[in-house]
Write a protein of this length. Structure first.
Length: 378
């Protein structure tokens, strides 16, 4: 049973606008986080399992840097290249130019869909996604990762297994205290509540949450259900919701953890909030369209799927702007003020695009059925 490990890696070399696409990009003039992950994988059971590193930007300096890292380890590493993407796009264009337009490497969903396409083309039964800012400490990580996928649970195929992150303090909890301006935006609190299932009971858990930096996706799922290109972030939880909607099981494994050691975020917090606004309003419209209740997604992301989302977004943006003004945090003030302006735009984006994923998913499944012929490149 062929498994491929895929590692999206994000590098930037210029201004803040580039950084806004991703939470924790590495700066090109620094060593970054990727080397640390590769070092940790070399001490696990991955052996000669193919590892594909997927840069979110194609640039000769990035390619050189990543290649220099890869050759330092006795691992079966391939670097995804612009030339490889062009080959994929050529096949996609033959199927449907409109479908092909949604493929690239810029953005979380886009980068991961390229990974799914690679896995399908290479005949993988399982894809293990790892973010480049984690380290793997369990020597039997790969064995555990693929142990349950493609099995059945209550007449449903287990199409995905979600792992989780351990922070530097050794806890899965997001420990940072929430400052007063964000009291209506209880994201960290609700995520902690969702992950509290780790503390008790059986190894496999029904879950409403997944983390794209430590997740396993089986071929039966990824040839039918792709990531949603219209979601700005949270593509991992969105995939879990989509998978369940289309008849798959997606569970959390309390033994599948990695240590998350991300660098400090470079952009103001309000930029991340704006991406979350796009994400939550869009997700809420999709859930309403599918008849999925907010309660079924509690505590997270269900907390943000309710009618209170608009007031929460407005008040949080307003309070962050006021606090930033009084504390002379001009960048944060500017971005939080923009969030108030963006609120009707975000709502319109959700309503305008909510139905598009269904056609994209149908086209994806048809392309996988008629056009994918597994090769042996890796």
């Amino acid at each position: 049973m062929k498994t491929i490990i895929e590692i999206p890696t994000h590098w930037v070399s210029r201004g803040i606008e580039e950084r806004n696409h991703f939470d924790h990009p590495s700066l090109l003039h620094e060593d970054g986080t990727l080397r640390r992950l590769l070092e940790s994988l070399s001490r696990t059971d991955v052996g000669d399992t193919p590892i594909v590193i997927i840069p979110s930007t194609f640039h000769p300096d990035i390619e050189k840097k990543v290649n220099r890292m890869a050759i330092d380890y006795d691992l079966n590493i391939t670097i995804f290249s612009e030339a490889w993407l062009k080959v994929l796009k050529k096949n996609l264009d033959r199927f449907s130019p409109e479908f092909s337009e949604k493929f690239g490497v810029l953005g979380y969903s886009a980068c991961r869909n390229v990974g799914l396409m690679i896995g399908a083309a290479e005949g993988a039964e399982n894809i293990v996604f790892l973010d480049d800012d984690v380290i793997v400490e369990d020597e039997d990580f790969l064995k555990k990762a693929v142990e349950f996928v493609d099995m059945r649970r209550e007449d449903k195929i287990i199409g995905g297994i979600a792992g989780y992150y351990i922070n530097p303090a050794g806890s899965y909890k997001l420990e940072k205290p929430v400052p007063w301006p964000r009291l209506f935006w209880k994201k960290e609190k609700k995520m902690n509540e969702a992950f509290s299932i780790i503390d008790s009971g059986k190894r496999l858990k029904t879950t409403t949450i997944a983390l794209g930096g430590n997740v396993v996706i089986n071929r039966r799922l990824f040839t039918q259900v792709p990531f949603d290109p219209w979601i700005t972030r949270g593509e991992d939880i969105d995939l879990l919701i989509n998978a369940k909607h289309f008849g798959f099981e997606f569970l959390l494994d309390r033994e599948l953890s990695v240590r998350h050691l991300h660098p400090e975020r470079l952009a103001p917090w309000s930029v991340k909030m704006r991406q979350d606004m796009y994400r939550f309003f869009y997700e809420r419209e999709k859930m309403r369209r599918w008849g999925v209740s907010a309660e079924s997604l509690d505590p997270y992301p269900g907390f943000f799927m309710r009618g209170s989302l608009g007031p929460r977004a407005f008040l949080t943006s307003l309070f962050v702007a006021i606090d930033s003004l009084f504390n002379a945090k001009w960048g944060e003030f500017e971005e939080s003020s923009r969030n108030i302006y963006y609120l009707p735009i975000v709502i319109n984006y959700a309503k305008r695009n909510v139905g598009r994923y269904e056609k994209f998913r149908a086209d994806w499944a048809e392309f996988m059925r008629c056009c994918i012929r597994p090769s042996s490149r890796l």
